[in-house]
Design a protein around this ligand. Sequence first.
Ligand code: ADP
Ligand code: MG
Length: 232
Amino acid sequence: MIKVDGLSHSFKVGKKGNEKEIPVLKNVSLAIQKGEIASIVGRSGSGKSTLLNLVSGYIAPTDGKITVGGTEVTGFSEKEWAALRLDTFGFIFQSFQLIPSLTTFENIELPLTLKGVPSSARKTKVTEMLYRIGLDNHSGHYPNELSGGQQQRVGIGRALITNPEIILADEPTGSLDSETEKEILDLIKELNTEKGITFFIITHDEEVAAFSDRKFVLQDGVLKEEGVPVEI
Ligand code: ADP
Ligand code: MG
């Protein structure tokens, strides 16, 4: 479902004329199969977010290739990336990234509005999702009226509402206490089993990694897979 082949990335830093190249990812290769929960663990600064930003097309690699669902996306235009992010990917963030002026219902509804789904279909889908994530009683609440765990449920509902094939998550439990973290991981596991969605989770938390089907470790920009990699 996601294949990364010899991916390297360097950032240019410093003043023009006196720039330095800082290598952040070094020849990273990985393969994640459809329906798997894969995680990448690594310390702060090891390059995890950079890898996720490359896979979601927010930055372009210095070298290497990325394939999503059999299509090479490395040379995609901004328009093609935008379509991929809206149709194929769903995103979950550490800081939830909800819109403060929108209710639970409206935050989850937003991607459907962007996709041009008619109002009545949006209402049906969002109502169903609110039940699924256990927030049917919090439909009219604003983000600041919800707990951290509830806000992340909204984040998950919003990520899933468009039926994406792949969820990309950057430290999804990073802002939660350990009990709430377990709740959110259970919900992710359930949705993964029910819908066969592929999850690509970035974390520095071994507990998150432990519940994954496939685990990678990123250390100073070098990626290693734990266990036996599957040839795709
Ligand atoms: P992680 O998510 O594992 O904490 P990041 O991918 O955010 O790590 O960062 C990896 C390294 O790349 C860090 O040393 C960071 O300072 C550097 N870095 C990240 N983004 C940029 C950028 N836009 N410009 C320059 N350096 C960056
Ligand atoms: Mg990060």
